[in-house]
Design a binder for this molecule. Sequence first.
Ligand code: DX5
Ligand code: ZN
Length: 218
Amino acid sequence: MNILSPSILSADFSKLGEQIRILDQTGAEYIHIDVMDGLFVPSISFGFPIIQSIRPITDKFFDVHLMIKEPERYIDRFAEVGSDSLTIHVEACRSVKDTLLKIKEKGMKAGISLCPQTAIELIYPYLEYVDQVLVMTVNPGFGGQEYLDSCTQKITEVRKEINRRGLPVDVAVDGGVNLQNAEMILKAGANVIISGSSVFKGDIKENVAKFMDILEMN
Ligand code: DX5
Ligand code: ZN
């Protein structure tokens, strides 16, 4: 089943609650929450207080993307504030396997992500421990960048490997996804579409409805 995960990095933070209430009324199943530490990526976004304060607004699945160094330090806190899933970067952990196991131990889903310049094979040893692979199709750190075509092959390859092993793992794609390229991305093997600027620019409800049409037809 295909899922839409709107990224609130592109929300208008002066009315974040209101915009989450709008998403709550749509067919988007997830809310994608980008946490950045100014170290793993050049930018700093937001952290625990924001997640905690939007948690009571919606029951949607909080798909938390940790672009932070040594995320193992904060797994307990992210669980406490209401994260449903934590996706960590293969490049950022001291022990990737231990970090993934700890996320599961805390009752959350676990995801693994990789930057555009990282080879997809680097995550293969961890496929057994994750619920989601998040393929980054821009350099992490900022919304509104252009989709890197060179990453499409990774989506196809990881989907093939997951199917070959018969694992129940979702393939999410994050970065530069829009209404024009979403179908191609689904056809390449993704089933979770993450999108920030293409959801929040203009009318959120209309944008989500258009994405949902594409997701349902593919
Ligand atoms: C980028 C973030 C993305 C970002 C996507 O580092 O991980 O989730 O919000 O934004 P768009 O869809 O605008 O590329
Ligand atoms: Zn993200």
